[in-house]
Design a binder for this molecule. Structure first.
Ligand code: KG4
Ligand code: ZN
Length: 363
């Protein structure tokens, strides 16, 4: 609420990677509109995001996406009480488009402006009441956070919306990235998470045994890598397995003999999720935190959701599917929290591609 108890409508802008997104959210939770313009068709041929194409598309699309988000929310620019935007981490050229647009909007309307962290916003996403959902789930702090996206895999203790302590992170590839790289070897293009998830439904998750990393080790000084993750070994093993069943030449790559394509996908997905859960459940045990909140694109994974839901001794909260991937609603939602606390960013704030030392200290 604003000082006058009037609901506060925040415009959230997201342009850190390949989604050009804007949303209007009321009081940090009620999603009035959520517009996501995906650039995937422009990057798919390259099997990944091309930074130069991404920033150019954001520049072309950003004003139309923001206009559509205002129209869908049924308000004009003067109905916006504050602007929030992702300033880190992400592709620098892409971040700068959203950041500059948000600054100009806030300056022109003389309203507060806040630059926010994309990963903290993913963690906030489940607190936004999605357009399709009946109510929002807002667990008490502290809880355990599971952040799984294309660029990050983080297990953390969450003490407030802006206060996390990283317990574990990937030492090589992120989980979403592993799905993307495996999908590329099937010839599925980019991104691959949802396609592998779908293919895995018709496969046998026990058909292949893939290696699990063993980073957890006790040292005389204490414990190391207790909750860390690694995906490069799994990715290589799966790609090698696919090669053994390939029928026909590269680069078509799609032809995998019999049902082995689905079996490999299901076995890969099971192992990828088990790697996450092994560290996550150990963290839950050690911290005595019984609530887990997930966020990020890979939080949409059906096997991950099913495995976490089985644990009736833990409360597991996921964002609705449309708020797992990159979106403006999570940015507006977390932005409201800062603004209602009286915090805002100066207009000379800039973007950063990485968060320094995030493995241990994110943010
Ligand atoms: O959060 P996000 O939209 O963008 C980043 O911040 O990176 O996450 C995108 C990632 C991609 O790697 C994509 O393959 C993965 O999330 N992803 C999935 C699923 N849906 C999206 N991974 C596994 N299973 C899914 N169903
Ligand atoms: Zn993201």
């Amino acid at each position: 609420m604003t000082g006058s108890d009037k609901p506060m409508k925040v415009l959230g802008i997201e342009s850190s990677c390949d989604e050009c997104a804007a949303a209007l959210v009321e009081d940090g939770k009620i999603v009035l509109s959520n517009v996501v313009a995906t650039q995937i068709p422009f990057h798919a041929a390259y099997n990944g995001v091309v930074p130069e194409i991404a920033s150019r598309k954001h520049t072309e699309w950003i004003s139309g996406v923001v206009r559509e988000s205002l129209e869908k929310a049924g308000i004009g620019p003067d109905g916006v009480d504050g602007v929030a935007v992702t300033s880190r981490p992400g592709l620098l050229g892409s971040l700068l488009v959203g950041l500059s647009f948000a600054k100009a909007f806030a300056w022109a309307r003389n309203i507060p402006f806040i630059a926010v962290d994309h990963m903290l916003a993913h963690l906030y996403a489940s607190r936004c009441q999605a357009l399709s959902a009946d109510g929002c789930q807002a667990p008490e702090y502290p809880f355990l956070g599971l952040l799984v996206s294309g660029g990050h895999s983080i297990i953390c203790r969450v003490d407030d919306f802006d206060d996390i302590t990283v317990l574990g992170a990937t030492i090589d590839d992120a989980v979403g990235e592993a799905f993307d790289k495996v999908a590329k070897h099937y010839g599925f293009g980019y991104p691959g998470g949802a396609v592998i998830d779908k293919l895995a439904q018709s496969g046998n998750p026990g058909a292949f045994r893939f290696p699990m990393p063993n980073l957890y080790k006790k040292s005389p000084q204490g414990t190391e890598h207790n909750y860390d993750l690694s995906y490069s070994g799994l990715k290589t093993a799966v790609i090698n397995q696919l090669e053994q069943f390939r029928v026909g030449p590269k680069p078509e790559q799609a032809e995998i003999a019999g049902n082995e394509g689905a079996n490999i996908a299901a076995s890969f997905q099971k192992t990828a999720v088990e790697i996450l859960l092994r560290s996550l459940f150990r963290a839950a045990e050690d911290t005595c935190l019984r609530t887990i909140v997930a966020g990020g694109g890979a939080a949409a994974n059906s096997y991950l959701r099913a495995r976490l839901t089985e644990r009736t001794d833990l409360t597991c909260i996921f964002p609705p599917p449309e708020l797992c991937g990159d979106n403006g609603a999570m940015i507006a939602g977390i932005g409201y929290q800062y603004l209602s606390r009286g915090q805002s960013s100066p207009l000379d704030v800039t973007a950063s591609a990485r968060v320094s030392g995030f493995k241990r200290k994110y943010p």
